[in-house]
Design a protein. Sequence first.
Length: 226
Amino acid sequence: MTFDLQFFDPDQDRTVVWRNLPHWAQAGTVCFITWRMADSLPEDVQQRISFERRRLLLDRGIDPDGDWKAALAELSDVARGQVQWGLFGIWDGALDQGHGACSLADPELNKLVGDSLLHFDGDRYVLTDYVVMPNHVHLLAAFRDEETMLSQCTSWKRYTARAIHRHLGQSGPFWQVEPFDHLVRSLEQFEHYRRYIAQNPERAYLVEGSYRRYSKDLATGENMRE
């Protein structure tokens, strides 16, 4: 499957599902996706995230005790995007602090996850970038339709969880059920996310081998891995 990069078009059909976070899907549109290990945000950290979220919403004139999701939906695309990125920054910053077992710091396991992400690249989706961090994953990919995006994320997590459990000799939840995802609005935003992914290991002060990163050169087709 090959196609030019496509960014979010508000005039085209899309799917929006609300859980704790909004999940937007649009056929062929590049999406920034993050999911995390189930133990990566212990209760005290989640309480701190909740406090910081309240403060951010209040700063934006949104009542955190009201229907803040509906209030967020009424903002302009630019304003809503700024708030959502701020909320994501609080959440992702906590992940970079390295809570939980951080099983993906094992080179064998971060390679397993990375290989899974690349397995159907060019067939079910086009993947441009990923980074497997010790307790979470970021990636940029475009899917042929909304259903493929939603089902592929489930497939990635199911397959890798089973393989990692076999490796570690354990059982139980491995990934947190709900991911963060964001449809990319422009080329500038796409480049911003690529830089974010590339710089994530350095921001978290990771040593070589404790993460796995991939980036596709869209001009030459060559790939970079580390």
